[in-house]
Write a protein that binds this ligand. Structure first.
Ligand SMILES: *Cc1c(COP(=O)(O)O)cnc(C)c1O
Length: 341
């Protein structure tokens, strides 16, 4: 039994999901003739009360398309220094859109309205790049699955409106935030220009992200997706997996959150752990005591068939998900409580 906690991207389709995929009605989605893709796009847009949706092969491509839709070359976007668009998309914002990032610090990957306002370059000061976009992440990845307080998001929206900035949400784990905080998705649809909603994070689907947005923001989305190479043909089989996950794998995220919390509590009391970040959803970030070597810890875990991630800067990460079972959970708690180095 391998306990793989490196990421919630390691989940595989269940037998029921595969069965649902096999029976999908498909067509050529580049002609917009795939009924299952059309249904998924409509369903996600409706869930958040947004005008339109477009299916992408990856979350990275959906975020990159959003940045392209909202900016012109030479402009600047504002994001947290931990953010995925800045750290983990291969430098795509400069490659694809020719924009730079103004990086902010802030609690566990989150930024505040005050910090955003202070980071906007004065539009008439032509020496600096023109600020045109703010990107938020909810939950935060490198920030350890932290959830924004919605009131802060609303304040950020007010700042954006005042200064004519667009607002994009990297919602790779937005479902986790909605479940953890019991929030209404429509509130999100109300404040963002675009949101990327990922189906390959802990939901069991092989791939897929739906970018949703206002009619205005999405008007060029098909063209941008085509340029990025993301036009797909009979991809309804994948959309069927995402539709299945919407019906069957969202509410159960609460189980992942509960297990992550139990892991965090155990680590907090372990003498080899220096600090554990607050655990709100399915990501546990922790730091080892000076006396415990991180590489050694990771390889000791590997030897006991437990895989975890090294996030750099001394951060270690465990992520719970659909394929992390109660049996694995009990085994892991046992391994962690008996570890001594
Ligand atoms: C995983 C992830 C994405 C999308 O990544 P893909 O691997 O391209 O699907 C985007 N943002 C965040 C915060 C993520 O964790």
């Amino acid at each position: 039994m391998i306990i793989d906690l490196r990421s919630d991207t390691v989940t595989k389709p269940t037998a029921e999901m595969l069965d649902h995929m096999l029976r999908a009605k498909v067509g050529d989605d580049v002609y917009k003739e795939d009924p299952t893709v059309n249904e998924l796009e409509r369903r996600v847009a409706d869930l958040f009360g947004m005008d339109e949706g477009l299916f992408f092969p990856s979350g990275t491509m959906a975020n990159q398309a959003a940045v392209k839709l909202h900016t012109q070359p030479s402009e600047q976007l504002i994001c947290h220094e931990y953010s995925h668009v800045y750290n983990y998309e291969g430098g795509g914002v400069s490659f694809n859109s020719g924009v730079s990032c103004k990086l902010l610090t802030g609690d566990r990957g989150m930024i505040t309205a005050d910090a955003v306002e202070a980071a906007i370059n004065p539009p008439d000061f032509y020496h600096s790049p023109l600020t045109s976009l703010v990107c938020l992440e909810n939950t935060t990845n490198k920030g350890g699955g932290a959830c924004y307080d919605f009131a802060e998001i609303e304040k950020i929206k007010t700042v954006c409106e005042l200064h004519g900035l667009k607002l994009h949400l990297d919602g790779a784990r937005l479902m986790n935030a909605l479940v953890a905080k019991n929030e209404d998705p429509a509130r999100y649809g109300n404040v963002f220009d675009t949101i990327s909603v990922c189906f390959s994070k802990g939901l069991g689907t092989p791939l897929g992200t739906v970018l949703i947005g206002t009619k205005d923001a999405m008007s060029n989305a098909m063209r941008v997706r085509k340029v990025l190479g993301g036009g797909m043909r009979q991809v309804g089989y994948m959309a069927a997996a995402a539709l299945y996950s919407l019906d069957h794998h969202i509410e159960r995220l609460a189980e992942d959150h509960q297990r992550a919390l139990e892991i965090a509590l155990l680590l907090k009391s372990a003498d080899y752990v220096r600090q554990v970040e607050p655990t709100e959803t399915n990501i546990v970030i922790f730091y080892l005591e000076e006396s415990t070597n991180a590489m050694q810890f990771i390889s000791d875990m590997e030897e006991m068939n437990v895989k975890i991630s090294d996030m750099g800067q001394g951060k270690l990460r465990m992520v719970t998900h659909l394929d992390y079972t109660q049996e694995m959970h009990e085994k892991l708690l046992d391994i962690l409580s008996n570890y001594n180095k």
